[in-house]
Design a binder for this molecule. Sequence first.
Ligand code: NAD
Length: 312
Amino acid sequence: MRVAITGGAGFIGGNLARELLSRPEVSRVSVVDDLSTGGKANLEGLDVEFHEGTVLDPGLLDEAFTGADAVVHLAALPSVPRSVRDPLGSHHANATGTLQVLEAARRAGGPHVVAASSSSVYGANPVLPKHEGLRTAPLSPYAVSKQATESYLVAYHHCYGLRVLPFRFFNVFGPLQPAGHAYAAVIPAFVDAAVAGRPVVLHGDGSQTRDFTYVGTVCRVLADAVLRGVAHPEPVNLAFGTRTSLRELLGELESLVGAPIAVERTGPRAGDVPHSQADNSRLRSLFPDVEPVPLREGLARTVEWFREGVQG
Ligand SMILES: NC(=O)c1ccc[n+]([C@@H]2O[C@H](COP(=O)([O-])OP(=O)(O)OC[C@H]3O[C@@H](n4cnc5c(N)ncnc54)[C@H](O)[C@@H]3O)[C@@H](O)[C@H]2O)c1
């Protein structure tokens, strides 16, 4: 089986390429990535066919999708605050980029298309846990662009019969996720600071909650989806229904690094949602065998990865 990954040089994409190449059924992995937030180092040592450039380039997509049985579309500018600063940039990469990927999939003869949407589409809707039947209420340009991503997949299924699987990722974390830049996600930012003995920066009072999912679990589900050809005409939450506050996260981290962590408090960020927790009945019905890596174990692997980086 041949699989193309857009955004394959990113955090989730690099982990997914590794997971797919470990499966005997997969004979080729091609990657399209413009290296805007990802890096070739994430694919180091992996036998992938690399196409450097943007998903907005139809010719490049045609090259990368030739002969592909499945496309996993992860390419996007993945940050809420980045989209607040540059809404058009997020729209081009995430919404128009998805449309280009779907058009290229049609030209390539209709491979199975699995794509990453986001829990941020639930936005202002306060109901917990979030089930896919809830009204979506995006609060940021990023969330709007992800709503477009999943809606285009659904529309391409209905209009052109494309086999699609739009996933809503929640907060994914683990090795390869970068810290130390303005748009870093909370776990790498906390782990990086904690391992280096610096204070962590906490936006708001730490009571906000998230359904954290270890990247290895996400990649196992993605690989299983691709290998079994799992399609669904509506979005599917990819998370496991846990609800951890940032204060609880800091507590877990303190016990893992074995030292107290100093906290610098700052104001809440525009576009952030207060609470997030998935209902995963739809995921469970499609992937009954998946067992998530528990938060503590995933955090321990993440701490280990950051420590290796610090040591050189
Ligand atoms: N990490 C999370 O918690 C999370 C949560 C919800 C959704 N997602 C989604 O999952 C996907 C992967 O996210 P990630 O966390 O691995 O982020 P990432 O930034 O590490 O990966 C995105 C990759 O896409 C590439 N890219 C960006 N714009 C591109 C373009 N125009 N053309 C080609 N490549 C482009 C980047 O260089 C990068 O390698 C994204 O679609 C993101 O929106 C992630």
